[in-house]
Design a protein around this ligand. Structure first.
Ligand code: BGC
Length: 256
């Protein structure tokens, strides 16, 4: 069997990361390249930074591979409809087309947390899980992905529900812990409010918690009292890359 490869690029509020992925194993087969998100997160700057990042994969054989790009906004029919931790100039833009023009090739374009959720369901903590899996990423914002029996329901945006008079991500994202210098216990109380509320509304079968901070899961997941099992993501910061790459390959096959 020939190895199936694709490139995933994950655009975040602080960094733009990418790698070539082996889709059978879900492993990165190139170095993971990362550059800082340009200050302000404006369209022209992010497009240019992504072009630079992608160019670095040419030598590793990246040129003809399917390419997936995931992005921290609502993505509907190729348009970015929100912008929480990037420039507001993205709102309403035909972003998929802009990336295709800037990168000189077709891409599969998707929300970052949806990409991460898809990756965890195919290669990670939610593999084989039945019923409703809710993945949340705790980073600059809070991203969410719903998967029902492995099928993604996109653009759920749980980070923007109102909690104690504020948007949930403003109080409970990892950035809030850092900004306000919260202890694990203090942050845990906010997470408890968030997850208990989501649990009551959606009755999920499994919560998966991603984002870089999930490597310290033993510091905060045990503080949570929920009826639903809650587990750390397997791929943490690489999940967006994996999911974007994997969905790009799926689309390339479907349209071939
Ligand atoms: C955005 C989401 C994104 C999440 C994680 C939120 O602020 O609204 O679209 O998935 O941050 O980056």
């Amino acid at each position: 069997m020939t190895t199936e490869l694709a490139i995933g690029i994950d655009i975040g509020g602080t960094g733009i990361k990418g790698a070539i992925v082996d889709l059978a194993s879900g492993e990165l087969v190139s170095e993971r390249r990362k550059i800082a998100t340009p200050e302000g997160g404006r369209p022209a700057d992010i497009l240019e930074a992504s072009r630079e990042l992608l160019g670095g994969f040419s030598e590793a054989g990246g040129d003809g591979l399917p390419l997936g790009v995931c992005f921290p906004a609502i993505v509907k029919r190729g348009r970015t409809l929100s912008a929480a931790n990037i420039s507001k100039e993205w709102i309403g833009l035909p972003a998929e087309e802009l990336f295709e023009d800037a990168l000189g090739r077709e891409i599969h374009f998707i929300n970052d947390a949806d990409a991460a959720g898809y990756a965890e369901s195919r290669y990670g903590a939610a593999r084989g899980a039945e019923g409703l899996v809710i993945l949340t990423t705790l980073g600059t914002g809070i991203g969410s992905a719903f998967l029902y029996d492995g099928v993604l329901v996109p653009n759920t945006e749980l980070g923007h529900i109102e909690l104690d008079g504020a948007e949930a991500e403003k109080r409970a994202a990892y950035s809030a812990k850092e900004r306000e210098d919260l202890s694990w216990e203090e942050w845990g109380e906010r997470l408890q409010r968030f997850y208990a509320h989501i649990e009551f509304i959606f009755s999920p079968d499994l919560f998966v918690v991603g984002g870089g901070v999930s490597k310290h899961h033993e510091k905060f997941l045990p503080l949570l009292e929920l009826k639903t099992p809650i587990v750390p993501a397997t791929h943490r910061n690489n999940a967006g890359i994996l999911g974007a790459a994997s969905l790009a390959r799926r689309e390339a096959v479907a349209t071939a």
